[in-house]
Design a protein around this ligand. Structure first.
Ligand code: GGG
Length: 329
């Protein structure tokens, strides 16, 4: 029996999570779901975006599924704080071309490993002498830890190159440490090829030669921006799952946000959430079921007749979900 914390959040987070639960319920696995609140709606109900009770539920689970949160004015981000509370320091964001989807190329298959606990997402902003300051915290410990996660993942995926992305020509101290840590850890993986690029150059290379990347490691903000850019290469955020992995827990969520513009219309693409659940099952050791889900998503998308509007179709969230589920049972 797997204890799974379900935190749907706001907007389309609720719809894609219901879709995901529909699919998980049909699998030959035992789950015990515990529900936690987070996000803007939670703030309106409870005066807080991430209640202690939700963190407790997440901490007691084998893994967490998170939908999406709408930003609350003046309040800390619940998802950033939840990742920190669980110390799920490595945000794994796979990007691949899908057959039948308009992609920039059909041979893209890389993963972004984003540092999740510090950088510009420390949420430490303040005013001092008429200046507004946002702290960008980079430590040796977190930089080495995230590089290690990237090399480890490279071996797990059977790939052979890790690319470090930074801006050490300008952020000489902080990104100097990030780059230095990357090459320090690389020494333990002599079989893996290494390279590094400035983030601005990398933003261009992702457009001009995305097929050349395998594992990309970066700090929090750069990793976040590059992963949305990368999703754009392969059909958008509807096909962008993610996992946040730590030493004691895993939190799985679509890269997309709560999309208030389409919330409540039953047209959100459920694939990112369902693929995130597949990543969760892989994390839990259910490799076969995880692979079957990925294949089912690929098949439904490739057939082109059942897809949500973001991929040019007219199907609903649940129609796509039921088509994927049908492939599995
Ligand atoms: N699934 C990722 C997600 O929900 N992203 C939206 C986001 O970052 N919202 C801002 C916030 O929660 O403060």
């Amino acid at each position: 029996m797997y204890k799974i914390a379900i935190i749907s959040g706001d907007g389309i987070g609720k719809e894609v999570m219901s879709a995901c639960e529909y699919l998980l319920d049909k699998l030959d696995l035992n789950f015990s779901f515990k529900y936690g609140e987070a996000g803007y709606e939670c703030f309106k109900n409870n005066g807080i975006t991430l209640p202690e009770e939700t963190i407790k539920i997440a901490n007691k689970s084998d893994a967490v599924l998170f939908g999406a949160s709408t930003s609350t004015p003046g309040q800390p981000s619940p998802i950033i704080n939840l990742r920190k509370a669980l110390n799920v320091y490595a945000n794994i964001r796979p990007i691949k071309s899908y057959k039948g989807v308009k992609c920039i190329r059909d041979d893209i298959d890389f993963v972004i490993v984003r540092e999740n606990t510090e950088g510009l997402y420390s949420q430490k902003e303040y005013e001092e002498n008429n200046k507004l300051i946002a702290e960008r915290i980079i430590t040796h410990t977190a930089s080495e830890r995230i590089s290690k996660a990237a090399f480890h993942l490279c071996l797990k995926r059977g790939q052979s190159k890790v690319t470090c992305v930074h801006k050490s020509n300008v952020l000489k101290k902080t990104d100097g440490i990030f780059k230095e840590s990357f090459y320090k850890i690389a020494k333990n993986y002599p079989q893996i090829t290494t390279e590094d690029y400035y983030v601005d150059a990398m933003a261009m290379y992702l457009l001009t030669q995305p097929q050349n990347f395998e594992v990309i490691v970066s700090s929090n903000l750069f990793g976040d921006i590059l992963s949305d850019e990368s999703a754009g290469l392969v059909g958008g955020l509807g096909l962008a799952p993610s996992g946040n992995i730590g030493d004691h827990n895993g939190l799985f969520e679509p890269v997309h946000g709560s999309a208030p513009d389409i919330a409540g219309k039953n047209i959100a693409n459920p694939c990112s959430m369902i693929l995130s659940a597949a990543m969760m099952l892989d994390y839990l050791g259910e490799w076969e079921i995880s692979n079957n889900i990925k294949k089912a998503v690929e098949k439904v998308i490739a057939e082109c007749n059942i897809r949500t509007p973001d991929l040019g179709g007219t199907s609903t969230t649940m129609e796509v979900t039921k088509a994927i589920t049908k492939e599995l049972i």
